[in-house]
Design a protein around this ligand. Sequence first.
Ligand SMILES: Nc1ncnc2c1ncn2[C@@H]1O[C@H](COP(=O)(O)OP(=O)(O)OP(=O)(O)O)[C@@H](O)[C@H]1O
Ligand SMILES: [Mg+2]
Length: 416
Amino acid sequence: MDYLEFFDLKENPFRLTPDPFYFYPSGSHNEALSSFNYIVEQKEGFFMCTGEPGTGKTTLLNTFLNTDRWKDRAGIALVLTPRLSPEEFLLTVLEDLNVKVKNTNKNEIIKAFRDFLIENSMFGRRIIIIVDEAQNLPDETLEELRLLSNLETEKEKLLQIVLIGQPELRNRMLLENLKQLNQRITVRTTLNPLTIDETSDYINYRLVKAGKGNVIFEDRAKKFIHKLSKGIPRLINLICSRAMMAAYLDMSRQVKKRHVEYAIRHISDVAMPAVKRRKLLRVSLLTALLITASAIAFIMNYSLHITPVADPTHRADRQDAVVKEPPKVDAVNTDKLPAPGIDMVSPQRTLIVVADTANLMSEPSIDSGTVTQASKGNVFEIADEFKETGGRKWYKVKTSGGKEYWINEKSVKLLP
Ligand SMILES: Nc1ncnc2c1ncn2[C@@H]1O[C@H](COP(=O)(O)OP(=O)(O)OP(=O)(O)O)[C@@H](O)[C@H]1O
Ligand SMILES: [Mg+2]
């Protein structure tokens, strides 16, 4: 019996695709979607939505695009690869909107675009430019967008512009050179990680969408997943998927905390040492406790006038005993230790493979040999990075076995 049959599910509930069918309207996702519709409805001009990687920005966008609400009432230009010069950007937008331009003179292009906007506006049709990953837009292209947003009649904006991106987009907007653009953003919203209750709902919701089946995540497991993922949906999916696999291998239809523990040990090269580190931390706390206890016993003996010794090594022992502070009760309470999760690896930076497969190279160059491959969802610790003269970036990643490879930025996303 295979995995899906065992759980009586139609499909994997925790796939890492921004599928609108699975869109879960958490507090902030719901608010963002309403704002998105609002600015288009009200012709409010500029909308910006930011969120940490994996919080659901692209899923939100796909949900917006998937509804029937705007299908016949809006023309949408969708820019998914925003590292474009102003000219390239403009041409991409016109192509998406099916606007024909006779020549590539910038003034002519803008004029043709304006005519197109006015014509559509007369029929009440919205024209929307949406940019995903907008944090990658060059400054000049952002400035071009500002100029486009000036296209308006006395009564209304002719164009709605939606920028979706990581928090650095919001920070960039605060810079002096983008001040004017920042002032034009009429509605801005942030996608937050899920709360503990939302995480639990989210897991159930995705299971129902995938056919409900007979799998149950026990409460303790869900709480642990929230702690490890910090409520980031992509990480929740990653952990849930592997935890279900662990439960399946265990022939258990209940996903328990131990399955989640098993899952994080197998998810990443990073989480595993983190768990080990937790054990190590426990051992070292115990050792510290023993050392301190012996030191205290030594001092008590000393203060009970057991003959003091002049031997310098004993003095060193005494100094040790005085320097070492007994551990506070909190410090040995393992509940207060940080969770063994992705955050345990900080301050090390980590990345996740987002391509279906990614080549792991011996050197930071496409000409170097591919040594092996990583799959989507693999998480690695970043040991180093390198930028080619052409601008392509490479990350040196480390596996749990201590091996090091280079991976191209195109196949990965940095984790928060
Ligand atoms: N509200 C949600 N409902 C259902 N699934 C979600 C939601 N938010 C995120 N996810 C899931 O989390 C994963 C990551 O989502 P998505 O790709 O939309 O994130 P993102 O914010 O665009 O990330 P990035 O910054 O890396 O582009 C996907 O598998 C998606 O299905
Ligand atoms: Mg995205």
